[in-house]
Design a binder for this molecule. Structure first.
Ligand code: ZN
Ligand code: ZN
Length: 171
């Protein structure tokens, strides 16, 4: 099994590298970084001033069967009927997408906290990857598969899988 991380649009290399290193520690499998597509305009909604998550997700291509692909975008993502999404996964295709947009303290008018931001980004990537491995949401609020309704939930949970979820990840 291999995990491929793809920046979509403009995402700082430093963020991608930090997240890659953290995700690697959790999955213990090869993680490669590969350029994603740079033009997100096809998914932009002028009315919502956000990007349609499912559209971007559908454009993510998987090149090998034995791999998972996560697109990371530094824009605000939405799906119809929800104000926004932190991320989305497609279990059938083994692909997922994560938004960094609402993970920064600055978004909420607070002082920047880079360590916290990277921690949140890692949790979101690991969570969506968990879905691509067939995991559902976990009732354990410390588990990375716990559903985050808000960032407070994200901050409460840890970046790794609980002892019930971990064995379900078959690499
Ligand atoms: Zn989820
Ligand atoms: Zn769990």
């Amino acid at each position: 099994m291999k995990i491929r991380l793809k920046p979509l649009g403009d995402v700082a290399d430093e963020i991608m590298e930090e997240v890659r290193d953290r995700v690697r520690v959790i999955f213990h499998c090869p993680i490669e970084m590969e350029a994603g597509f740079s033009d997100l305009a096809q998914a932009y909604s002028p009315e919502r001033k956000q990007y349609y998550s499912s559209k971007l997700l559908a454009s993510l291509k998987k090149s090998e069967r034995e791999e998972r692909v996560v697109g990371v975008a530094d824009v605000d993502l939405y799906v119809p009927r929800l104000n926004f999404v932190f991320g989305e996964a497609d279990i059938l295709s083994g692909t997922a997408i994560v938004s960094l947009w609402r993970l920064r303290q600055e978004y909420y008018g607070l002082a920047p906290d880079k360590a916290l931001f990277l921690e949140r980004a890692t949790k979101e990537v690991v969570h969506e990857l968990g879905h691509t491995f067939g995991l559902e949401h976990c009732p354990n609020n410390k588990c990375v598969m716990h559903f985050s309704n808000s960032l407070a939930d994200t901050d409460l949970k840890e970046a790794h899988f609980c002892s019930a979820c971990r064995p379900k990840i078959i690499l």
